[in-house]
Each structure stands twice: as C-alpha cells, then as structure tokens.
Design a protein around this ligand. Structure first.
Ligand SMILES: *Cc1c(COP(=O)(O)O)cnc(C)c1O
Length: 652
C-alpha cells in the first residue's frame, strides 16, 4: 500500500487509486470479464463479453431500484450474463471441436439443480436454442420442469439421480413427445425397472450408464468419485447392464456413458484423469459392440471465487477454455489410439453458467466495535481505585514504552484483575467502565505500533481481528450465502461505490439473524484469504451499499428460513444500448412477506390479524384505547404482516 495510514477510523490520505482498489478487492480477477472498477470508484458491469461497449454503472442500478421504491436487500440478476456464459461455453466447445477436427458435436445440458428459478431456466433454454443446448434433471420435480421447458427437440434432456417407476414413466412420456430424453442409470435395479415399464407402455427408452470412477476430483466434492461414491455402476455392473439390455432386445437403446467426479474441481489434473478414464471405458464398450453415441463428462467446471487461480477450494487452476480443450483433445486422443469413432460430447456445467449472473445487494446498517466505540470519561478522580490509576498510567506510557509485549501483557492482566475485583464488589461499575475504555485505547495503540514491528508475537497476532469492526448488514447468511456458513465457501464482497477512496475500516460482516454463525469472515484479499476486509467509514445520513457476488449458482436457491427471513426482492436487469444508462429493469419479483413465511410454518396470518384486532377492540370497549388510535394499531399490524421480512430502512 502506498502512503501511510493514520489511526484507524481517522480519515483518508488522498493518494489512493483505482489500481489500489483493484489490488485490494481483485474485481478483475474474480469478475470473469463481467465486473470491474470504474474511474469514478463505482462497480461497473459489462454484461455481454461480446459487446464491451455496454457498461452499466452499479450506482445507476441502485438509484433505479430506490426510485422504484423496492426495499433492500435485493437479488440483482443480469440476464445478459447468463446468455453470455451459455454462448461462451458452447462457442468454446465448437471452436475446439473445429480446431481439433473432432468428428462428434457438442450437446451440452444445463443442470437445473444449480439454479431452478423459472426465469433462469427460461433464459438459458432461450440463449441455448441456437446451440441445441438442453437441460439436465436430477429429481422428479426437475424432470417435470424439463419436460415443460426444454421444448427444443434437437437438444438433449439428461436424467440423473435416483428414480422410481413414476420417474421412468415421465421419461417415456418425453420419448412419446419426440424428445431426446436419456435416462442415466445410477444403479442396476433402475435398469430393471426401466426395461419393465418400457415394455409395459410400449415405448423404447434412450439409456445412459453412469460409471463410478476410480479418479477422485480434488475439492470439496471429491466424494462424488472413488469407490465409496454414492452414484454409478462399477465396471462389472456396466458390462452386466449391456448384457441385460441385449437379452431384452434393447441393446440399440444404450446411447450414453456418463461420469461426474464432483463440483468445483479445483485441479485440472483431475479433469484430465477423469476424461482419459472415461474415454477408455467408452472405447472398450464400443469395441464390445455397444453402439454408444455420447460421452457425458458431467459437471465440475470451477469458478475462481477468490481470484487466486489456484487449487484453493474456492478457486481453480484453469479456465473455461483450458477445460474445454482438455475434454475435446483428451477424448480425441484416446479414441484415435483405440480406433473408435469420436462420440458426441455432453457436459453438465452448471456453476460456470450461472454463478456470475446474480448478486445480493444490501446496506450496512451500523458498526459494532469490540470496544463498544462509546466515548467515556476516563479522567482521574479523587479516591479512585488503584486499578483505575494503574491502567491510566499504562495508557500514558504506551508511546515511550520499549516493549510492546510488556504493555500488552500488563494491560491484559489489569483487565482480568479488574473483572475479578468487580465480581468481589471491590470495583464499581463505572470504575470497570473506565478500565475497559482505557484497555481498548491501549490495544489500539499497540496495534498501531505492531504495523511497523518486525516481529509480531503469536499472542498479539489476533489483535487485528479482535480490534476490527463488525459491519451489520441487512441480510441473512442462511438465506443468501448458505455455503459460506455450511462449507466455508468464499464469495467476493465489495462496496458498490467509493472505491476511489481509501477504505479505512477493517471489518468483518454480520447479518441480522439472531445466530452468531450469521457472519462472513473470509474475504478475498490482497494477500489471499483474510478474516477482515477494509471498507469505508459509514457517513451519517448516507447509504453504504455492498454486493455479495457470484451467488447465482446454488446460493440463490439453497437458502433456508432461519429466523423467518425468506426470499429476497429481486430485480431482473437487461442491457439496452439505446438507454442512457445502458440497462432497464425488466421485472421486479417481490420477496417473501411476513405473512408468506408464517404460512409456510403453518400459521394463518388472517386469523392472527383477527386475534390482534379482537384484543384491540376489547381495549377500545373498556376505554383503554381510543377508537381512532385502535384502528391505526390494527392497520399497522396488518401492514407489517403484509410487509417485507428484512429491516426497513429509509434510503437516501
Ligand atoms: C451437481 C451436478 C452437476 C453440476 O455440477 P457443476 O459443478 O455445478 O457444473 C452436473 N452433473 C451432475 C450429475 C450433478 O450432480
């Protein structure tokens, strides 16, 4: 960092550039080309990689959301990003296939489970039309969705996951409707049931087999591969399956070999290994007379959430182009060696398609400091306890002290002594308050000194974190960023404005749930992952908005109802060249009302309103509440029932 930082919380020295902000927040590195920092310090969005002229200022989006009277927090969806990612993936496969003179074609599918929102699925199907891009379903509800939405007869519908007889029947309905629906068998008994029902209804299925791979993906989901994998057939079962189909005269129905070794594959080596293992199995089966037409490499294409381009759990050491090239060239090489035709290629990339397109926008509601942040008079008083004078004496000598360690130790010891003394009724409450206030002053000075120290003793290393602020954000981690809580997923967080100012407050983020786990304390930082992030000092009377990015995959749809906050308000943004701000809000989808979330929990909101009204009426009858006032209270309760679950703020 350039320049010198003055005491925490003091203001800014002017020498702060957009490049400094980029180094700190790494927007270009995790932004995938879609996000960047503008010269005015606002976050900018380039929603279509093929049209860099369209550049949206996030501040303009915020202003329009406010103008429309939409309450924060909101999910903002950039539909053009979805379309752009569908195009990127399909074009990458097409280009590599042409370049490699690969004989098959690419027939990708979008796995619905990654983001099942209708608007997302519709947009992907529409953007994928030109590429015959299809859908993947892993449950009955998803299959029912795919049947209704994947209407392009030239695209594939791939069915994974465990299946019952009804599921098979739905799949065969799809065949009847002329759709290329492939039932991927996860376990042998599914094949038996599929064959039985197919005979019953007189419709031949298209069959895929999922192979249990010996290769394990590296990353959080490595359990999807290996011997203990939950899904897939062993090699022996695969061979038995081909025999079983032949015995039933259905061997010509076996079309696809499938594998999936895990999501968010962090290391390109596992992709290469899985591709060569899969290609070998395909080639052998083909030579055994099984007329396979497709090899489906599953999902796993990772996202660089922390911008490190590494094998960190929240990153990956490759990009989409390299992934696609490894699939195409990897399969080609083995097929050429084994002298079998190149199969059509299928991939089920979900995360890579949807992660960038949505983000959560919320305001900071306030700052919580370990020291409480309150001003408290610590001046000397006659007959004060010696513990207070001791702590004050220490505070006055920090500047000249030779050993910071000694100051740190003494201050910590005095504070503990004071607490004991308070419990024994030796110290008064206000004396304890003085000691605490002086203690935090000392710690802040110690922290300043440590900034320039050559060596920081272990016990003092946590001081930065302990002294950092917590910014209170109007949202729920459990609803909007479940994986940050469940699996330590790192998601990029940045202020949406003021990035041309030096951020002076080191903080972590806490949400508004009554759960101490409702926090974010892992951030993309200048030197890797950090437990605090520098943000700007909140100015009284001014909004400060932050965005939680790359939430479009899984996070968008996995949230839960902890504390009965529910779904967020959503705005759907489309870019539009002729607009002065390059965009318009195409749709506003209202989030959960208090009544909505209560109904899900089996309450009856209208009965509740009546109960409260009855209580108010009773007080009116007995003269304890005036009638006009009573009506106001009744209306107020009903308005709150119909209102948003999150904190109401007056936005400026
Ligand atoms: C979850 C899943 C996917 C999607 O994986 P991503 O890593 O999000 O691309 C694909 N195929 C199967 C079988 C899955 O279970």
């Amino acid at each position: 960092m350039k320049g010198q930082q003055t005491r925490m919380g003091d203001n800014i020295l002017a020498d702060w550039t957009i490049e400094d902000a980029e180094r700190l927040y790494r927007v270009n590195r995790w932004g995938g080309g879609y996000f960047g920092i503008g010269q005015n310090g606002n976050l900018k969005i380039t929603p279509d990689l093929n049209n860099p002229d369209i550049r949206i200022d996030f501040k303009a989006v915020l202003d329009e959301i406010k103008q429309e009277g939409i309450q924060f927090p909101v999910v903002v969806r950039f539909h053009d990003i979805l379309r752009s990612q569908v195009a990127q993936l399909n074009t990458a496969f097409r280009n590599n296939i042409a370049e490699a003179e690969y004989q098959g074609s690419y027939m990708g599918v979008y796995p619905v489970k990654v983001n099942q929102m209708r608007e997302v699925v519709e947009e992907i199907v529409d953007a994928g039309e030109a590429f015959n891009y299809g859908l993947e379903a892993g449950s009955k509800a998803e299959l029912i969705t795919a049947l209704a939405y994947n209407t392009n007869e030239d695209s594939l519908t791939i069915l994974n996951g465990y299946k019952d007889e009804e599921f098979m029947r739905l799949a065969l309905l799809g065949r009847k409707l002329g759709r290329k629906i492939i039932v991927v068998v996860e376990k042998f008994s599914e094949l038996v049931s599929l064959v039985k029902i197919s005979k019953e209804v007189g419709i031949e299925p298209l069959v895929g087999l999922r192979s249990k791979m010996t290769v394990k993906g590296r990353g959080k989901w490595e359990g999807s591969g290996g011997d203990r994998a939950k899904f897939g057939l062993t090699i022996a079962e695969i061979i038995n399956a081909t025999i079983y189909l032949r015995e039933h005269g259905l061997d010509h129905c076996l079309k696809l070999l499938h594998f999936h070794i895990g999501s968010q594959l962090t290391d390109i080596r596992s992709v290469k290994e899985a591709v060569s293992e899969g290609a070998r199995i395909y080639a052998e089966l083909y030579r055994m007379g099984v007329p396979l037409e497709y090899v489906d490499v599953g999902g796993g294409l990772g996202i660089d959430y922390d911008g490190s381009q590494s094998t960190n759990d929240s990153s990956r050491n490759y990009n989409m182009q390299e992934y696609v090239a490894d699939v195409v060239y990897g399969i080609k090489e083995i097929c050429d060696l084994e002298k079998v035709p190149h199969p059509n290629l299928v991939s089920e990339s979900g995360r890579a398609i949807t992660a960038h397109h949505s983000c959560v926008v919320t305001q900071i509601m306030g700052e919580i400091r370990s020291s409480g942040g309150a001003e408290f008079d610590t001046s000397a008083q006659q007959d004060e306890h010696v513990f207070v004078s001791n702590m004050r004496g220490l505070a006055e000598t920090v500047d000249e002290a030779d050993s910071i360690q000694e100051i740190f130790n003494d201050a910590s010891q005095y504070k503990e002594q004071a607490l004991d003394a308070f419990k024994l009724r030796v110290l008064s409450l206000s004396e304890l308050a003085k000691i605490e206030t002086l203690y935090w002053q000392i710690m802040m000075e110690v922290q300043q000194k440590l900034r320039t120290a050559e060596f920081v003793p272990e016990e003092m290393q946590e001081l930065d974190y302990n002294l950092s602020s917590q910014y209170l954000c109007n949202f729920s981690v459990f609803q909007s960023a479940a994986d940050t809580w469940a699996i330590d997923q790192v998601l990029p967080v940045v202020p949406l404005t003021r990035m041309n100012e030096r951020p002076t407050v080191n903080c972590s983020l806490v949400d508004i749930t009554c759960d101490s786990d409702g926090k974010i304390d892992q951030f993309v930082g200048e030197h890797g992952i950090s437990d605090v992030i520098p943000m700007h000092k909140i100015k009284p009377g001014e909004d400060y908005f932050i965005g939680l990015f790359l939430t479009g995959a899984y996070q968008d749809v996995m949230g839960d109802m902890h504390n009965l906050f529910g779904r967020l308000n959503e705005v759907h943004i489309y870019s539009y060249d002729d607009d002065p701000e390059d965009f318009y809000i195409e749709e506003f989808v209202s989030g959960s009302s208090v009544g909505d979330v209560l109904s899900i929990m089996q309450y009856n909101p209208s009965a509740m309103a009546q109960n409260v009204k009855k209580m108010i009426d009773k007080r009116i009858s007995s003269g304890q509440i005036k009638p006009r006032e009573g009506v106001k209270w009744t209306d107020f309760y009903e308005a709150c029932l119909a209102g948003y679950t999150y904190l109401k703020t007056s936005t400026k």
